[in-house]
Design a protein. Structure first.
Length: 47
């Protein structure tokens, strides 16, 4: 078994993605890292 976590493709509205790209460029992060952080924070808020 691989030690890497599985990845899934998700669809996002184009307008949201454009804003995410702007934010990640300013922050020096990848879109992958940013979206993982956002999902982790959202899940914590619901727990």
């Amino acid at each position: 078994m691989s030690s890497k976590k599985d990845k899934k493709l998700i669809l996002v509205r184009n307008d949201l993605l454009k804003e995410i790209i702007k934010i990640t460029a300013r922050e020096g992060k990848t879109v992958f890292a940013f979206t993982n952080e956002v999902f982790e924070q959202a899940l914590k808020a619901y727990q």
